[in-house]
Design a protein around this ligand. Structure first.
Ligand SMILES: Cc1cc2nc3c(=O)[nH]c(=O)nc-3n(C[C@H](O)[C@H](O)[C@H](O)COP(=O)(O)OP(=O)(O)OC[C@H]3O[C@@H](n4cnc5c(N)ncnc54)[C@H](O)[C@@H]3O)c2cc1C
Length: 389
């Protein structure tokens, strides 16, 4: 019999265990994987973008209830996590957009979490497949294939659905459904967008800054053309807001109003071809692709008429890209959607319907932008649950 059992030895589960352990609770973590925190290990290309200098839940976190994450982030902020990092003297650096990465390896963060668990007497059992969760009078029974564990409080910290090869599963959503809690339909987030356009894919490797917009959100950063469609930080960011069938508007020349620029050049009687002028700003192969795809008149700019200038400007300042889909959970960094926050206390992370049942981390319907926000959500929600289990 344990006071607390946490299913999932990832970012939020370990943080919750540490906090519950500090309160003198007898804590057990169960995970079906053979190693703990495997997503933390691969996060940020192995350097773990563990948080961000600026975390505004209303801007950087997405949820059907945008107010839900505010309380947790304010009670355990990026500064609180940085205090831990400093206590363990883990070296880190700030990169662009306030993103904080370890300078050595993600393994440093995992060592810190493991050490904290040891300090507070948390037991961790890996390679445990859970076959059943049963509500009892005093709490919960957790059945594995070899034995049954009992607890007063149960925390589901099994994360999102992406990267099943390193342990991701639908387990958390099944448990929510078992106990009659609603689930916001999950979909892959922070994921490359696919295209059926073979001539676009032939430009794989080209990389340049753009502004992308979809469903009233815009991001400006680099876009990468890949062998399956579009990727790069700007595309990953917008993918969190994209749903099947939506068109993404891409401004290929975000710092330039093509209409004014072409009109100026026309008035200056420039004889350069349209292709030559555009290749001053974008990779030549991409310009050729756009001219051919949109049947644009590749004449001398001084010969362009007003209607042609407008068509060219629209093609480059408002490229309408319709993805054929996403690369899916195989490459997605996160899951958008999850256990509905409507039935969860934003203070304790406990289910309002099932006392003693808690959820933390990515399994909940809270998703971060790219930039360390998903891990910060895991730390903050795990911390809050740890105060009440
Ligand atoms: C490639 C990649 C790079 C990323 N980089 C970053 C980054 O740099 N910064 C950032 O903020 N976020 C990043 N993320 C996202 C971030 O890693 C996650 O949002 C975060 O780890 C979620 O924490 P969690 O505790 O909710 O879940 P996880 O850390 O995923 O932990 C869930 C745990 O539950 C276990 N589990 C799952 N199902 C079961 C089951 N049925 N039975 C028992 N155990 C189970 C898993 O084995 C795992 O140990 C990245 C994600 C990926 C995939």
């Amino acid at each position: 019999m344990y006071d607390v059992i946490i299913i999932g030895a990832g970012a939020s589960g370990l943080m919750c265990a540490i906090e519950a352990g500090k309160r003198g609770r007898r804590v057990l973590i169960l995970d079906h994987s053979d190693r703990l925190a495997r997503k933390v290990y691969i996060a940020g290309g192995g350097k773990c973008n563990f948080t961000n200098m600026e975390v505004d839940p209303k801007v950087h976190l997405i949820s059907s209830n945008p107010y839900f994450p505010i309380s947790a982030i304010s009670r355990f902020s990026q500064w609180d996590f940085l205090d831990m990092i400093d206590r363990y003297q883990i070296p880190y650096e700030e990169r662009e957009h306030g993103q904080l990465f370890t300078t050595t390896s993600s393994a440093d963060i995992i060592r810190m979490l493991r050490q904290e668990c040891e300090t507070y007497g948390v037991e961790i059992r890996l390679k445990r497949e859970i076959s059943k969760v049963i509500k009892t009078e005093s709490g919960f029974d957790i059945e594995t294939y070899s034995r049954t564990y009992s607890c007063e409080s149960l925390v589901i910290a099994t994360g999102g659905l992406s990267f099943s090869k390193i342990g991701a599963s639908r387990f958390g959503l099944f448990i929510a459904e078992q106990f009659g809690l609603s689930v916001v339909e999950p979909r892959p987030g922070l994921v490359p967008l696919k295209s059926d356009d073979e001539s676009l894919k032939a430009l794989s490797g080209l990389n340049f800054p753009v502004t992308v917009s979809c469903n009233d959100r815009s991001f400006s950063e680099n876009m990468l053309i890949t062998h399956s469609g579009l990727s790069g930080p700007v595309i990953l960011q917008i993918s969190n807001y994209w749903t099947s069938g939506d068109v993404v508007t891409i401004n290929l020349l975000p710092n330039l109003n093509r209409h004014n620029e072409l009109t100026d050049r026309k008035q200056a009687r420039q004889k350069s071809s349209l292709q030559k002028v555009l290749a001053e700003y974008l990779p030549k192969r991409f310009v050729v692709y756009m001219i051919e795809k949109n049947c644009l008149p590749n004449k001398q700019v001084n010969q362009l008429n007003e209607a042609e200038i407008k068509t060219i400007s629209d093609a480059f300042n408002k490229w309408q890209f319709k993805p054929s889909g996403t690369e899916g959970y195989r490459t997605a960094e996160v899951t958008v959607g999850g256990v509905s926050t409507d039935e969860i206390s934003s203070k304790t992370m406990e289910s309002k319907k099932v006392p003693g049942l808690f959820f933390a981390g990515e399994v909940l319907d809270v998703t971060g932008h790219l930039g360390g926000y998903n891990l910060q959500w895991a730390w903050s929600s795990g911390y809050c649950a740890g105060q009440y289990v």
